[in-house]
Design a binder for this molecule. Structure first.
Ligand SMILES: NC(=O)c1ccc[n+]([C@@H]2O[C@H](COP(=O)([O-])OP(=O)(O)OC[C@H]3O[C@@H](n4cnc5c(N)ncnc54)[C@H](OP(=O)(O)O)[C@@H]3O)[C@@H](O)[C@H]2O)c1
Length: 339
C-alpha cells in the first residue's frame, strides 16, 4: 500500500506512524518542506524557536514534536538545552529524525573554550552530535564561566577574533560532534572576511528577517555563496522583548498579510512564515502556546508568486534586535535597518 505522507493531516500521520511502528516512534514520519545545506544534509523549513520562557520549553518542545516539527533551534545562552532534551525524550521521536541547532555563546569564543562549550551543549541536549552549530554573534566577551562577564554594569569584551573562533569550530566538524557549522548576526563585511580567511563555507546564517526587514540584496548574496538563510524572529515585533517593536503595529496583523491569508484560509503569522519559505529560507517561530505551535506549522504552504510580491512590497527596513550598545560591538554596520 502506498501513502503520500506529505498530503495527510498531521493527526492522521501520528496515528498512522504509531500504528505502523509502535509507541516508541509515535510521532515519527511527518515530513514537510526541507532545504538542502551545502553539506548535503537537509534542514526542515519550519523549525521551533526556544528563546525565552525557559520553564515552558520542555512542554513546548513536546507539543512541537507531537505536531510534527522536526527542527529545533536553541542556544547555550537561552538555558533551554536541558528543556529541549526532556521534550525530545518525552516525545519518543528518534534523535535521528530531528534537526537540532544550537549556538556557541560569546563567553566561549577563545579557541581553547570552543570544544568545551560544545561538549556542555551536547551534555545538556543529551545527544552525541549537533546538526548545526552556530557562532551566535561575531562579538567576543571576556573568557569566563559567566555568560555575561561584567565590570559593574558593563559587559567585559574579549579579544578573540571571530575568525579564530570559527577555525576552532571547523575542528569540531572533524570530531563528528557537529555535522555542520555556521554563523548568526554577521554583517556582510564580517562574513566576507570569514569566507576569505577560513576553509568551511558556513552552512547557514541565522539572521533577523521577516516581511518588515527583508534585506533582498543580502539574502541574494547568501544564495550565490551557497549559505542557507534561517530567519529568526520571523514574526518581527511579536516578541515582547523588542522595545522598538512596541511603537509599530504588529507585523502579523498587517492587513496585507491577513488579506493574502484569507485566500488560503491562513492567518497573518502563517503567511509571514510561508513568505520566508517561498524565499528558500528556514523559519523558526517560537511559541509556548499549544494552539499557536500547531498553527505555525501550517505556515508551511505555497504562496502564489503574485502573493509573494504583495508581501515583498511590505519591507520597512525595520530591525528590532540590535544589542550593539550592551555588547560593545557595532552590529549590522552595512545592513538594512541599522540605526
Ligand atoms: N540568532 C539569534 O540571535 C536569535 C535572535 C532571536 C531569536 N532567535 C531564535 O528565533 C526564534 C524565534 O524568534 P523570536 O522568539 O524572537 O520571535 P518570534 O518567533 O517571531 O515571535 C515569538 C512571539 O510571538 C508569539 N506568537 C507565536 N506564534 C504566534 C501566533 N501564531 N500568533 C500570535 N503570536 C504568536 C509568541 O507568544 P507565545 O510564546 O506566548 O505563544 C512570542 O511572544 C527564537 O525563539 C530563537 O530560537 C535567534
Amino acid at each position: 500500500m502506498l501513502f503520500r505522507f506529505n498530503t495527510l493531516a498531521p493527526s492522521r500521520l501520528i496515528q498512522l506512524s504509531a500504528h505502523l511502528s509502535g509507541q516508541k516512534r509515535m510521532f515519527a514520519g511527518y515530513t514537510k518542506t526541507k532545504f538542502p545545506l551545502n553539506t548535503g544534509a537537509e534542514i526542515p523549513a519550519i523549525g521551533f524557536g526556544t528563546w525565552q520562557d525557559k520553564e515552558s520549553q520542555e512542554d513546548a518542545v513536546f507539543e512541537a514534536l507531537k505536531a510534527g516539527y522536526r527542527h529545533i533551534d536553541t542556544a547555550r545562552v537561552y538555558g533551554t538545552e536541558p528543556g529541549v532534551a526532556r521534550g525530545i525524550q518525552k516525545s519518543g521521536v528518534p534523535r535521528s529524525d530531528i534537526f537540532i541547532t544550537t549556538k556557541l555563546w560569546n563567553n566561549s569564543h577563545h579557541p581553547d573554550d570552543v570544544e568545551k562549550a560544545c561538549d556542555a551543549s551536547l551534555k545538556d541536549l543529551q545527544t552525541d552530535y549537533i546538526d548545526l552549530y552556530l557562532m551566535h554573534w561575531p562579538s567576543p566577551f571576556a573568557q569566563s564561566d559567566k555568560l555575561f562577564p561584567k565590570d559593574g554594569d558593563k559587559i567585559l569584551a574579549g579579544k578573540t577574533d571571530y575568525v579564530d573562533t570559527y577555525k576552532a569550530m571547523e575542528k569540531l566538524v572533524e570530531t563528528g560532534k557537529v555535522k555542520a557549522i555556521g554563523v548568526s548576526n554577521f554583517s556582510k563585511a564580517e562574513l566576507e572576511r570569514l569566507l576569505k580567511e577560513t576553509s568551511i563555507v558556513p552552512a547557514a546564517h541565522q539572521i533577523e528577517c521577516h516581511p518588515y526587514l527583508q534585506q533582498p540584496g543580502f539574502v541574494k548574496w547568501h544564495k550565490e555563496k551557497g549559505i542557507h538563510v534561517t530567519q529568526y524572529s520571523p514574526f518581527g515585533n511579536a516578541n515582547p522583548v523588542y522595545e522598538d517593536g512596541k511603537n509599530v503595529p504588529k507585523l502579523i496583523d498587517d492587513p496585507v498579510l491577513t488579506d493574502v491569508g484569507r485566500k488560503y484560509g491562513k492567518n497573518g503569522a502563517q503567511v509571514a512564515l510561508a513568505w520566508g519559505i517561498a524565499k528558500g529560507h528556514s523559519v523558526i517561530p517560537k511559541s509556548k502556546t499549544p494552539a499557536r505551535i500547531k498553527a505555525n506549522l501550517d505556515g508551511d504552504f505555497k504562496l502564489d508568486p503574485d502573493d509573494v510580491q504583495k508581501v515583498d512590497a511590505l519591507d520597512k527596513k525595520l530591525r528590532f534586535n540590535d544589542p550593539s550598545e550592551s555588547f560593545g560591538w557595532n552590529f549590522y554596520a552595512d545592513l538594512d535597518g541599522k540605526k
